[in-house]
Design a protein around this ligand. Sequence first.
Ligand code: FAD
Ligand code: 8RB
Length: 456
Amino acid sequence: MTQQTITLIGGGLVGALLAQLLAKRGFKVEVFEKRADPRLAGFIGGRSINLALAERGLQALRTAGLAGDVLQRAVMMRGRMVHPVSGTSGLQRYGVDDSEVIWSVSRGGLNMLLLDAAEAAGVTFHFGQGLATADLDARNITLIDDNGTQRQHDASVLIGADGAGSALRAAMNEYQPLGQRVEPLGHGYKELEIPPATGADHFAIEPHALHIWPRGGYMCIALPNTEGSFTVTLFLPAHGPHPSFDTLPDATAASAFFRQDFPDLLPLIPDFAADYDGHPVGSLSTLYLDRWHIDGRALLIGDAAHAIVPFHGQGMNCGFEDTVVLADLLAESGSDTADAFAEFQRIRKPNADAIAAMALENYIEMRDSVADPRYLAKRELGARLAERAPQHFMARYRMVTFTHLPYAYAFERGRAQDVLLEQLLRGSTNVEEVPLDAAVATLHATLPPLPPLRHG
Ligand code: FAD
Ligand code: 8RB
C-alpha cells in the first residue's frame, strides 16, 4: 500500500494540530506555512496574546496526547469578573465547580508546542512558503517565499487551514464559487497590556478570572498570562458617534475616554499611550460559505471555513473539534477523500453556523446584560433549575463551553430553555417569586431530558 499524501496550507493552531492527528493515523503530511518558524531564536518575544481554551479544544488536545502539556502552561479562569463603572466587582462562576473552568493559554506557546508534536509525528513543514495559487485541474500549487521566489509543488489532496484570509479559499472560489458571504460586525478591537505587578502576588488583579468591564454598547476584557500580565482587549464600534474608533483616533483622546469609562482599568495600563498608538485596530467579521470542499481535491477547515466573532471564545475550540472529526473521517474513508470531505461538511457546517450565531449573541450578553437585573434573574432561575433537575436543564453557556454536545444542539436547546425561563419569570426580576417545585414540574413536562454527557 502506498502512503497517501495530504498537503496542508497553514501551520497555525488548526493546521499544526490536524497535521499531527493525520500523521498519527498513517498519512504522509506536508505543511506549507507562510510565516517563518516561530520556534527559531530571534522570533520569540513580542506581545503576549492569549486565548481561552475550553472543553472542546481540550478534548482534541487529549486525542493528540497534548492536554497535560498545554494545561501545565495555562492559567485557570473560574468565571467572569465583572467590573461595573462604580461599585464593587464580583465573580460569576462559569460552571458548578472547578471541574468547569476555562484556561488562558499563550497563542505563541501553544502554536510552538503543536509544531513540535506534529514534527515528532513525522510531519514535514515548509516555513516561509505561502500559497499563491492552486491549479485544481492540474493538481498542483504555486508557493511564494519572502523574496518573491515562486515554486510549484504537486498536491493531489489539499486542506486549507490558512485562516480567515485563506488563499486556498480564494483559489477554490475562483475555480467553483463557494457561496461566500462575509458579515462585518461593525465593531473593532485594540489590544492593551496590564504588566505583572511587583510584590508577592505577581498579578495586578484576580488571576483566575476572565475580566469584563461591560459598558453597554462596548466593553473591555482581560485574560491572564502565566508571567503575571494580562492581555486587555477593548471592543468598540468602528465608526459613528462617540465612543467609536473614529472618535478615538489616538491615545490622547482614548485616555480621556478611559478616565471617564474605565477609571479603575486605566491606572493598571502604564504604557497606555504606547499600546494604543502602537497597536492597530483589528476588524471582526463572520464568514459563511455554502461549500467547504471541491470533491476530494480541496477542503477548508478552521477559520478558513468559518471565521466567527470572538465573544464566546470558541474560534480555536471549534477548529480543534473540526480536526478530530476530519482525521477520523479520513482514516475511515481510505482513498475516498471526496466522501470524507462531504461528510465533514455535512456534520460540521450546522455546528459552525450555530456557534457563529451564539458568538454574536454573547457580545450583547457580555457588554450589556451582565449587569441587567432581568438577565441576572433568568441566570439565577436557570442555576436553580439546573441544580434541582440537572438532567433537564443546563445553561447554554455550559453546554457550549463544558460539554461535547453539538453546537447546533446547544443553540436549539438554549432557545427552548430561554422560552421556559421567560414564561416562569413573567417579567419578574425576583427569583423568589417563582415557586420552584412547580417550575421543575413544568420543566419536566416541557423539555425532554438532555442527552448523556461525556464530561471531560
Ligand atoms: P490561524 O490561527 O489564523 O492560522 C492560519 C495559519 O495559516 C497562520 O499560521 C498563517 O500564517 C498561515 N497562512 C495564512 N495564509 C497563508 C498562505 N497563503 N499560505 C500558507 N500559510 C498561510 N479562539 C478561541 O477559541 N478562544 C479564544 O479566546 C480566542 N481568542 C482570540 C484572540 C485573538 C486576538 C484572535 C485574533 C483570535 C482568537 N480566537 C480565539 C480565534 C482563534 O485564534 C482562531 O479561531 C484560530 O486561531 C483558528 O485557527 P486556524 O489555524 O484556522 O487559523
Ligand atoms: N479575538 C473568550 C469568552 C466568553 C466570556 C463570557 C469572550 C480577543 C479577538 Cl471577547 C471573548 C470570551 O461570556 O464571560 N470566553 O473566552 C475570549 C474572548 O476574546 C478573545 C480573548 C479575543 N478573541 C480578536 C480578541
